[in-house]
Ligand binder design. Structure first.
Ligand code: ATP
Ligand code: ZN
Length: 283
């Protein structure tokens, strides 16, 4: 039995639940539920506050968990980081009142900085040989300079609009974060095997996210040129169309690579291009 901890509600919940469901785990995630069995796999899902997950995994209350790297680094729990998961991407940055002149990182020497990430801030300051006061608060960090509680803040930034509306500007990125899968150091053999299985499925889902199935029609005399810019998992599939002189070419490639090559494909005579999502991809 594998107990999997995910955030109950917040910016990690949807991505975490979506990933587990795409891995084929069937469970209900109704409101006010603390725990739910997985119907088709020997596992349970625990819905918790994200800040509690690192220590619950360390203590064996949960066996694996999905959290933000920022929370992992702040809580310093003794757990394994198994995999970066590619969602809930954000950064933790230092920000100062927007009218202050920013001259570089020495700005922070001797200043007072408000944050809900005191450990991350402490090690950042130490790494840069800076001495600054750390004012640890749990929420609404961005109002601290305005009410005279601090000279600067360190907090999660995504678009920067919250900073702006509080008269602040972002000046240093301290870390970039995304969701990660962590696991307990004391899994038994069966749980280790289950984690391997889960990881195999997660990798298939993550891989598929970056790739698309591409179908296009091309004149036969251009097949060779087109195939040379379409990589495919092994090599592209070429099938004859009912109309003579034309073929359908199928390939798998990363979406960004596809967009890089779209003009070239069209110039080579490709038509009727379809870009289809892939649900899972096992190599
Ligand atoms: P909880 O009540 O569970 O403690 P919380 O208020 O601490 O929730 P959220 O705001 O839901 O946390 O954020 C959870 C995690 O999602 C953060 O620790 C961070 O890793 C990530 N995150 C935060 N803000 C964003 C954002 N704007 N975009 C993407 N990811 C984010
Ligand atoms: Zn939290």
């Amino acid at each position: 039995m594998l107990k999997i901890a995910v955030q109950k509600s917040g910016r990690l919940s949807e991505g975490s639940i979506d990933l587990l469901k795409k891995c084929g785990l069937k469970f209900t995630n109704g409101h006010n539920q603390l725990m739910t069995p997985v119907q088709n796999y020997d596992a349970q899902i625990l819905f918790l506050r994200d800040d509690d997950i690192p220590h619950y995994v360390q203590d064996g209350v949960a066996d694996v968990g999905i959290i933000g790297e920022n929370v992992f680094l702040e809580h310093q729990a003794n757990v394994d980081v198994v995999k970066k998961l590619g969602f809930s991407k954000c950064r933790v940055s230092l920000a100062i009142p927007k009218n202050e002149k920013y001259t570089g990182i020495d700005f922070f020497d001797g200043k007072k900085i408000a944050t809900s990430y005191p450990h991350i801030l402490k090690s950042f300051l130490e790494n840069h040989g800076l001495k600054a006061g750390i004012h640890s608060i749990s929420g609404s960090v961005e109002i601290a300079p305005g009410i005279g509680l601090a000279d600067a803040i360190m907090d999660i930034v995504s678009t920067g609009s919250t900073l702006l509306s509080n008269g602040l500007k972002e000046v240093e990125t301290v870390l970039v974060s995304e969701a990660i899968l962590i696991s307990s150091l004391s899994l038994d053999d069966q749980q280790k095997q289950q984690l391997e299985q889960l990881l195999f499925r997660i990798e298939a889902v993550l891989r598929a996210r970056d790739f698309k199935y591409i179908l296009l029609n091309a004149p036969n005399d251009r097949i060779e040129d087109i195939v040379s810019i379409l990589p495919g998992m092994k090599s592209p599939t070429v099938l004859p169309l009912a109309e003579s002189g034309w073929s359908s070419i199928h390939s798998v490639m990363s979406e960004s690579k596809f967009w890089e090559n779209i003009d070239q494909l069209k110039n080579l005579g490709a038509q009727g291009i379809l870009i289809v999502p892939i649900e899972k991809m096992v190599l």
